[in-house]
Ligand binder design. Structure first.
Ligand code: 5GP
Ligand code: MN
Length: 324
């Protein structure tokens, strides 16, 4: 067995009370990893708690046991001897849940190349999704059965982090794992319906409005969209209704990079970055204190929307000169 996996398994077996957590803006990989671990640990008789510093997007409320994911509240305390952090390149990504990290052993399970190995045990590998690593752990735990619930949450992570097996992070191993999960009762059409093919009314209306104002630089390589507070108010939408928008600009013919700017507050802009073939968007995000993967990254910048737009597009142009 891989040494890192056995170290993780041993520390799980040694623990009694375990806290599971992951990054803010939870996605299918993050939620799938935590829920699968919870179900696996329960089979071992462990007491587990999941806490994240964010709410759960509607599209994931169909996941088995999702009601077990608690939202962090100021002053909350836990009595645990082990903390497992998933899908997070650094501890800052779990935001206020960091306040619960004191003396406990920390396990870091992740697939981001910029992971800073913050754990006492680090299971970090360049795979398509963190759920691949959770699947590997399950395969090595002889006493843990792969149930249809575990298979479903793992499959959701694979589907979301690979864009349904279309992104360049997809490997033959990703497909092999998915094939195996399908043998355990996963319904891919159910997952796709919830995660990919259901939009709120506000999302669709907002999409129309935001796309009308698509911006493109003079070379045609950078395309971007902006969602201001004003636009959200006009259509009665919330930030959650921007789901999926980040993927549009880079589909423009000839574009290499797509960006989505979201005005969370007047001086708090959430930037989502996506590229097609060669531009390392995580290096651009890193300049602003963010991070991610070469083809999908993000950051939050505390400036006005117009200033953020100018700064980020300038940084992308510089990165384009390096990565071309
Ligand atoms: P998204 O745009 O979907 O929120 O994020 C895309 C990818 O970048 C994900 O893998 C996510 O974990 C990572 N990411 C997004 N925002 C940040 C950030 O502020 N810091 C870091 N380190 N990674 C981020
Ligand atoms: Mn992930």
């Amino acid at each position: 067995m891989n040494e890192k996996i056995s170290a993780v398994i041993n520390s799980i077996k040694d623990a009694e009370n375990i806290l599971l957590t992951g990054h803010i803006s939870p996605d299918g990989d993050n939620l799938g990893s935590m829920l699968a671990l919870k179900l696996m640990m329960e089979q071992l008789g462990k007491k587990t708690t999941i806490i994240i510093d964010d709410s759960i997007p509607d599209c994931f409320t169909f996941l088995p046991n999702i009601e077990e994911v608690q939202q962090y509240e100021e002053g909350l305390t836990v009595d645990v001897d082990l903390i497992v952090v998933v899908d997070s390149s650094n501890l800052e990504r779990i935001a206020r849940v960091q306040e619960l990290v004191t003396e406990q052993i920390v396990i870091n399970i992740d697939h981001h190349e910029d992971n800073n190995l913050f754990g006492d045990y680090n299971l970090v590998a360049e795979v398509a999704a963190t759920v691949e690593l959770i699947y590997n752990i399950q395969q090595e735990m002889k006493e843990v059965e792969l149930t249809s619930e575990i298979a479903t949450v793992l499959a959701t992570g694979l589907i979301t982090d690979t864009g349904s097996f279309r992104y360049s992070n997809t490997t033959s191993l990703t497909h092999q794992i998915m094939a195996e999960l399908l043998n355990y009762g996963v319904d891919p059409s159910l997952i796709a319906k919830h995660v990919l093919e259901t939009n709120s009314y506000q999302n669709l209306i907002l999409r129309g409005k935001v796309l009308q104002d698509l911006q493109v630089d003079s070379t045609g390589k950078i395309a971007w969209l902006k969602v201001s507070r004003e636009m959200l108010e006009e259509v009665g939408a919330e930030l959650e209704d921007t789901e999926g928008l980040v993927n549009y600009p880079r589909t423009l013919k000839g574009a290499e990079v797509g960006v989505l700017f979201k005005e969370v507050e007047e001086q708090e802009i959430r930037v989502g970055l996506r590229s097609n073939n060669y531009l390392k968007v995580n290096q651009v995000a890193d300049l602003f204190g963010g991070g991610g993967h070469p083809r999908a990254a993000g950051c939050t910048i505390n400036l006005k929307l117009e200033e953020v737009e100018k700064e980020v597009i300038r940084a992308i142009k510089e990165q384009l000169a390096k990565d071309k």
